[in-house]
Design a protein around this ligand. Structure first.
Ligand code: NIG
Ligand code: FE
Length: 424
């Protein structure tokens, strides 16, 4: 039957295990089973454990069977922060940055996010769906089974809705689950130049209620940054988002220290993201308020900024997630393998912590730790099989893809590294 799979004789079955985000020291244990097996029925995990006990009494006919000898099996990765639906590219901007131009200067001159806004406004829905499908395939081949995607390249009612509708469509036609975030406050559009507050009023009055009424987003996010949206503007928007039933995320302290982490803690946000310039106080506040600290090392790498202080955050008891921030400007990469390399080599995280950050804590960053992010009975059968016998190959095989097979809700969607799904 569709969605019925047995994976057995697994050299290292990394279950992660648990139904909520892991904080601090809890991120170190992966709950590994040697010679493990997983049974998935109707897309849901029904049994996990050592092969012999787990398969006792099961008739394997009717199941697709995967042999896990010499393999590592993990929960599907959750990329909990991306901007993957957009029109156009910004390769010239990247070249300018190589010559010394700064990301914020380019934005202030009407380039950067604003140039993607122009390209996204003029792109048809079909074009956005086509490029979106291609990107989701790439993510899937890297082991990502759930992705969060943000709007924010419309900055007007119609295009913000178009982006969110495209994500809803992609979610229904592609195996990767897409969780949508409304990021109408991503930049101040040219129509509101110099009037950031007026633009926030416009969003609160004209866009947010439509997004919420039509159920097009689960979260609302804001680029809380010097020269973009200040603390009070961000607070006003996020309080309105809460009142409209949306969860909250913040692009916080990415380029300067503005206090976004403190704001996220104050408002009880689901996550505070980036956090390159967050103060110690901000970190402590996030740990206390149990706001997921979502760190995006590919962005720091690409902008040549210092990495977020992951080690300190974990030692202070934060729930740390990692994500790619895939977008056309500050992080034009979906490379989960490079996240493993940077987080272990440059952010002081252990391989175990990185796995937690990309599975159960990624799930917590999008409010889904009860449904995905670990191999536990009752969770979705979203599984990654590595072609190596140990999870330690994840950081060691630098920036290379170790994923052999991906199972999404009990269906094989990537086999021997080749995309195989029929959806999309
Ligand atoms: O997370 N900083 C704001 N947003 C994105 C970049 C978006 C873009 O440059 O297109 C980020 O870095
Ligand atoms: Fe981002």
């Amino acid at each position: 039957m569709a969605g019925d799979i047995i994976i057995k004789n697994v050299s290292q079955l990394v279950t992660v295990s648990g139904f909520e985000g892991r904080r601090g020291g809890e991120m170190s244990s992966l709950n590994i089973v040697e010679d493990g097996a997983v049974v998935i029925e109707g897309g849901i995990i029904t049994r996990v454990g050592r092969t012999e006990e787990t398969l006792k009494g099961i008739d394997p006919s009717g199941f697709t069977v995967i042999d896990g000898r010499g393999r590592t099996v993990l929960p599907g990765f959750v990329d909990s922060h991306t901007h993957f639906v957009f029109g156009g590219y910004r390769e010239k901007e990247f070249a300018l940055r190589l010559q010394g131009a700064s990301y914020m200067d380019i934005l202030a001159k009407g380039g950067g996010i604003i140039s993607t806004v122009k390209a996204t406004r003029s792109a048809s829905k079909e074009e956005l769906i086509r490029s979106g499908l291609e990107r989701l395939d790439t993510m899937l081949s890297l082991g990502v089974t759930t992705v969060e995607g943000k709007s924010g390249y419309g900055l007007d009612l119609d295009t913000e809705l178009k982006q969110l509708e495209v994500m809803a469509e992609l979610d229904s036609i592609h195996p990767v689950d897409v969780v949508s975030t409304f990021l109408g406050a991503h930049a101040v559009p040219e129509e509101f130049k110099g009037r950031a507050g007026g633009y926030i009023d416009f969003i609160i009055k004209n866009v947010l209620p439509v997004v919420s009424e039509r159920g097009l987003a689960e979260f609302c996010d804001v680029f809380c940054e010097k020269g973009v949206f200040g603390i009070e503007e961000s607070r006003r928007l996020l309080e309105a988002a809460k009142a409209n039933g949306l969860g909250i995320k913040i692009h916080a302290d990415e380029i300067t220290h503005l206090g976004g982490a403190e704001l996220a803690s104050d408002l009880g946000a689901t996550s505070g993201d980036h956090l390159l310039y967050t103060s110690y106080k901000g970190i402590e506040a996030m740990a206390k308020a149990r706001v997921v600290a979502t760190l995006l090392p590919l962005t720091a790498f690409s902008l040549k900024e210092p990495y977020a202080r992951a080690r300190f955050m974990i030692d202070k008891g934060c729930t740390v997630a990692l994500a790619t921030d895939f977008n056309p400007g500050s992080s034009f990469t979906m490379s989960i393998p490079l996240v493993f390399a940077l987080a272990t080599l440059y952010m002081g995280m252990t391989p175990e912590e990185v796995i937690c950050a990309l599975t159960i804590n990624g799930a917590a960053a999008i409010n889904r730790a009860d449904k995905i992010g670990s191999i536990d009975v009752g969770k979705k059968g979203d599984i990654v099989v590595l072609k190596f016998p140990s999870y330690l190959f994840l950081p060691y095989y630098i920036a290379m893809n170790p994923v052999e097979t991906v199972v999404k809700e009990g269906e094989i969607v990537v086999e021997n590294g080749i995309i195989k799904h029929r959806k999309g």
